[in-house]
Ligand binder design. Sequence first.
Ligand code: NDP
Ligand SMILES: O=C(O)C1=N[C@H](C(=O)O)C[C@H](O)C1
Length: 272
Amino acid sequence: MSEDIKMVVIAGAGGRMGRALVKTIHATPGMKVHAALERPGSPLLGQDAGELAGVGPIGVPLTSDPLAAFLKADAVIDFTSPASTVEMAALAAQARIVHVIGTTGCSAEDVEKIKAASRHARIVMSGNMSLGVNLLGVLVRRAAAALEAADWDIEVLEMHHNKKVDAPSGTALLLGAEAAKGRGIDLLANAVKVRDGHTGAREAGSIGFATLRGGGVIGDHSVLFSSDEEMITLSHRAMDRALFAKGAVTAARWAFDKKPGFYSMLDVLGLD
Ligand SMILES: NC(=O)C1=CN([C@@H]2O[C@H](COP(=O)(O)OP(=O)(O)OC[C@H]3O[C@@H](n4cnc5c(N)ncnc54)[C@H](OP(=O)(O)O)[C@@H]3O)[C@@H](O)[C@H]2O)C=CC1
Ligand SMILES: O=C(O)C1=N[C@H](C(=O)O)C[C@H](O)C1
């Protein structure tokens, strides 16, 4: 790689992932936190991003002007909210900088808008930035392709901390999408995301989701393949948010010399 990302903007710098990203970028030789963004009106505006991340002052105050932040930047790493990410995608495309998106809970409409921005921008978007989860996705796809839908039920189980606002998690949906791909079916048409009351028996071929929330769990995911006689469980546990931050930095570096387009972590990791 001849050129490398140097100046990185962190969107949502005061959040759980934003702080982990500031810490990771600060510790990465050759990289610098160029600007740190929070939403307009946030009580964190003006505070130093390094202080918030626990690495001491780095001379980068939190601001709420993405366009000014993107000037002279190489990339923006964005773990915020769907509305903010859609807005950032248009602005990052205007500024022609790499946009790495970890935000989950985006609607199909949101994703269409982000994809439209990727006509002019290098965008990497994934519900999970870790090598482990993306490899798990490939294994899930293979298992789903090998196991007959009539005999094997697929359920995706996830647990996260009690502050998480979207469900099922982006990772659960990613794993469900891989299972659907393995079976050659459409996830949207076959997903069962809620069960309550007299639901009737499980529909063969459906892909179920179950969501747990509690305490400080960073991210646990399992895909269960159950037949009448046996069960296969493929799972992943995230133990530190630095995992996702490092994955996002890898994605930004990978995208730097790519053409405009909408990429995933499977592209970045060469797993597809
Ligand atoms: N893909 C992956 O690998 C991972 C994805 N995630 C996803 O990342 C997202 C963030 O997670 P997490 O850090 O835990 O959540 P937090 O709520 O801790 O952080 C999000 C931050 O973004 C801020 N924000 C909201 N709107 C804007 C805006 N317009 N401009 C700048 N900042 C804004 C929020 O501010 P305020 O609170 O004031 O609204 C908050 O500080 C979630 O969607 C989560 O699911 C998380 C981990 C890994
Ligand atoms: O909100 C989180 O914390 C996480 N969100 C992502 C998701 O929705 O899958 C990734 C990770 O599991 C943590």
